[in-house]
Design a protein around this ligand. Structure first.
Ligand code: ATP
Length: 349
């Protein structure tokens, strides 16, 4: 009977990877007790956007096996590393960039990180926005200080289920950084290489806006899995976003997708929707994966100022829902990229 269940599972494809769960090595356990099948599926990310669909497909396929009357589907997850992992223990480094300042890049980076962590991934967040570091404030850790561990490595600060490092926790609050290119390069290098990040599925890097030294330095220092581009939909933002895209292309960094922030606004009193900056404008950037649209929402700003990412403070709000879906879409795209180089048949556990 177990063989029949495995045969049935061979007919279920991962909807994004377009291969069956058995040959992808995703069936961790398949057992039959009496007329009940127990199947454990090992997803390629805990933030899998298609978990519900996979569960339904597994259930339907196994229930079609003669003699099976019930199926118990459980899930585990193991993020597959990039072909060339960026840093020891870190499976994926993701850059979050924008052309223009103030489009919500840091807000998106913080909420993506919190969302992936909430889904069960091991997440680090590195604030490389050295001129305007806001990650620490958005995580409620503006006054925390970075310490060194026994090996004299910088110890990332823990907050809301993730680890982060920001220049804001190194320099006294309110003081401007007057560093030149080479110093920034070495600061960024240290955040990456002289920090005790530990084991991470995703290390998210909040870049400074634009296309300067820090961005270049990062793309040259580590093998990044890809970049996420945050933009608002109006033309003046898109012109700068196109420049950032060009930078990623020239540095051979794959663009994993575009996030349209401040896409629209729903008036809380009337429920009417206003496309203040021209919803959907980011699609003008060309044929790029579109990860999602985030509405303008007072809570996003209030939660950031209160030091709690909105995906944790108000997980059911439309803006938080959009961010959570964007995080899952991103995780799905990373899995597709990481699995692209796999052999035809993976060992079945
Ligand atoms: N969807 C949103 N709804 C409401 N407010 C938002 C939204 N996204 C971002 N904000 C607010 O807009 C301001 C700018 O956001 P943020 O600091 O994330 O932008 P940024 O692109 O990282 O800026 P910089 O280029 O200066 O680093 C913040 O006060 C933030 O709380």
């Amino acid at each position: 009977m177990r063989d029949a269940v495995m045969q049935a599972l061979k007919t279920v494809n991962d909807p994004e990877l377009h291969r069956d769960l058995v040959s992808l090595g995703m069936i961790e356990r398949a057992e039959v007790e009496g007329r009940v099948a127990h199947v454990k599926v090992n997803l390629t990310t805990p933030a899998c956007p298609l978990k519900g669909k996979i569960e339904g497909d597994v259930r339907a396929a196994v229930l079609a096996v003669p003699g099976i009357e019930a199926v118990n589907v459980t899930f585990g997850a193991m993020v597959r590393p990039a072909a060339q992992p960026a840093l020891p223990g870190v499976k994926h480094v993701l850059l979050v960039g924008s052309g223009k300042g103030g489009v919500g890049k840091s807000s998106v980076a913080v909420n993506l990180a919190a969302s992936l962590a909430r889904d069960g991934a091991q997440v680090g967040l590195m604030d490389a926005d050295v001129y305007g570091p806001s990650v620490a404030h958005m995580l409620g850790q503006g006054t925390a200080k970075v310490t060194a561990n026994a090996e004299r490595k910088m110890q990332p600060i823990e907050a809301h289920g993730l680890r982060f490092l920001s220049m804001a926790n190194l320099s006294p609050a309110g003081q401007a950084l007057v560093w030149r290119g080479p110093m920034l390069h070495s600061a960024v290098q240290q955040f990456l290489k002289d920090a005790a990040w530990g084991e991470l599925d995703y290390l998210i890097v909040d870049l400074p806006p634009g296309t300067g030294d820090v961005q270049l330095s990062l793309t040259q220092t580590v093998q990044v899995t890809g970049a996420v581009l945050v933009t608002t939909p109006q033309d003046v933002a898109l012109i700068d976003a196109a420049r950032a895209l060009d930078m990623f292309r020239k540095a051979s960094v794959p663009v994993l997708g575009v996030v349209e922030n401040m896409s629209y606004f729903v008036a809380p009193d009337t429920g009417l929707t206003y496309d203040i900056f021209g919803r959907g404008g980011s699609r003008k950037l060309g044929n790029l994966p579109h990860l999602g649209e985030i509405p303008l929402d007072t809570e996003v700003r209030q939660d950031a100022d209160a030091g709690l990412p909105t995906v944790l403070a108000h997980p059911e709000s439309p803006a938080a829902q959009a961010m959570r879906q964007i995080a899952r879409n991103l995780a799905g795209r990373i899995s597709v990229q990481a699995m692209a180089h796999l052999p035809e048949q993976l060992p079945v556990v």
